[in-house]
Write a protein that binds this ligand. Sequence first.
Ligand SMILES: *Cc1c(COP(=O)(O)O)cnc(C)c1O
Length: 433
Amino acid sequence: MAIEERNEQTFATRQIHAGAVVDSDVGARVTPIYQSAGYVFPSYDEAEARFSGESVGRAYSRGDNPTNVVAGKRIANLEGGRNGLVVSSGQAAIAMTLFSLAASGDHVLSTASLYGGTRQLFDGSLTRQGLNFEFLGADATEEEWLARVRPETRAVYTESVPNPKNDVVDLELLGRVAARAGVPLIVDNTVATPYLCRPIEWGADIVIHSTSKWLSGHGSVIGGVIIDAGKFDWAANSERFPHFTKGSFEGAPSFIERYGADTFMSYVKSVTVLDYGPTVPPTSTFLLLHGIETLSLRMERHVENAQRVAEWLEARPEVASVDYSGLPSNAYYELAQKYLPDGAGSVVSFDLPGGPDAARKFVEALELVSHMTHIGDVRTLALHMESTIFKRSTQEQRDEAGVTPGLIRLSIGIEGIDDILADLERGLEATKA
Ligand SMILES: *Cc1c(COP(=O)(O)O)cnc(C)c1O
């Protein structure tokens, strides 16, 4: 059995080996960058078979590049999914997932506390395309969720660990809601990473990531991934997903008939991504694969540093409050203990009572910590939320995401903890000037 299929191996081993194949011509151990737009057909008949879908051989890199295939398989393996597809960004992963499930007039239920870019995509471009979104608070009950389900509902959407507020989501509850509604549960697992949380174990059907963040870790590429658990029963919910369960013309086989448990992934790959074209360059995927190889080691240091920073900030008089679910005082501590037993991630947000003025002084005094918009880098990063990502948001959107006027988001890196704390000390001192 190929090494990538032996799933009893530990996470640390699979992050290095899953999905990798030794190049049959030259024996390259590291997955090469297959920088080729297309692939020579060995025969006339094989060309025809690849276009009709009867052969799985590849034709063109827009939807099927060998370097990219390895990354999709590796991340799917780490998540406990059936297969995965890397795309050009996290935003593209979200858009391609929803384009594969919902069309104009359809409805999506989502938790309200979301990454700012996702909220903009939902309220902006996707709403303009005719999709309807409805948002529920993190504390909504199962009954409240079920009461919002409509015949046009096509998905339940959430983030396992929303940033900046760290209001950990009750994945099991949402898994039950989605199952009762007859729609897949989509979980953006970017902040937790599969090292800290595997949403499929709690009921997710589709997992997405911005691979630009912790999976890469080095902060040098943009990318995304869509992972299919392969367990959603499309056939039982045929009225909602006829594009999977009915052939495109009389007598044509449906996706279900052709691909079975791979229905969703096959549709994303051979229809949505091929039509819209958000292909990630294999050079980026090569760098992503290098990042994934050290994910567990980096995450151990990320969460250790983040926990220390959160405890340190909580004890500081200049800080009004800290949002980190690894703190026993945090409202989401219990959920974090359940879903994130190995650490609550490495985004730590805190509120400066002095608002934007204090935030300006804080970020301008930093020397080690980089003032930039990004998370999941080996470097520690800081950003004032209201004046940047939430600049164009309504007050209601800010309230739902927990963005107060003095909120600073930190993405804690893997530098020496003493150096990180010394720089934060410099920033907090400056707020008093
Ligand atoms: C960054 C991010 C995205 C978007 O990913 P990009 O790679 O920047 O397009 C989506 N979801 C979450 C949680 C993110 O942090």
